[in-house]
Design a protein around this ligand. Structure first.
Ligand SMILES: [Zn+2]
Length: 189
């Protein structure tokens, strides 16, 4: 089941003066440069020494960086430190995705082996939009979901149990219509 997330967004319009605006763009440019340099440093550390740098490892070098490149002295330290925290987060998110991908591949492989020994086939299906797509007419939209349990297409009026509608979409992706009813059983994941 999908979770409901409430995102609250606050927007503030800033009215900077010309020099303020220039300073902001300069800070943006410097933090971007630092981000890219930090990324390169992580890659090099890993490639050459097999070492994974932490945000803290990189933040420790900020004092030396400011001495070598005085243009960074104009940027608040916590802004520069934050660059390495963001880089660290991006890294961790990336590797957790890679791990998840490896897990899914392993899971699919296991399923396939089991299915094969049982004379069945496993088909991996892209699950995107399957809960919002009308199985009858193909119209896709959030508004098709009356609630968690009920699906009602705003386009054609098709009404169904939400899980059944999604299951039909998934099956439709797994089995092209020409093969439907061929008598082969499928496990869909
Ligand atoms: Zn429809």
């Amino acid at each position: 089941m999908s979770e409901t997330t409430i995102v609250r967004v606050f927007r503030y319009r800033l009215y900077p003066t010309k020099p303020q605006e220039a300073a902001m763009f300069e800070t943006l440019r410097l933090t971007r440069t630092l981000y890219n340099a930090g990324l390169e440093q992580r890659r090099e550390a890993y490639r050459k020494h097999g070492k994974t740098l932490s945000a803290y490892d990189q933040q420790k070098e900020l004092t030396a960086l400011k001495e070598a490149c005085p243009e960074f002295s104009g940027v608040y330290s916590h802004v520069l430190q934050d660059v390495f925290d963001r880089l660290d987060k991006a890294y961790k998110a990336f590797f957790s995705q890679v791990k998840k991908g490896a897990k899914r591949a392993g899971f699919l492989f296991q399923l396939s082996s089991k299915a094969e020994s049982a004379g069945r086939r496993v088909i991996a299906v892209d699950p995107r939009d399957t809960s919002q797509r009308c199985h009858a007419c193909g119209h896709t939209g959030k508004e098709n979901r009356v609630n968690q349990a009920t699906f009602r297409c705003v386009q054609c009026g098709h009404t169904a149990n939400a899980d059944h509608n999604a299951a039909k979409n998934i099956l439709g992706r797994a089995v092209p219509s020409a093969l439907n009813g061929s008598g082969v059983s499928h496990a869909v994941v």
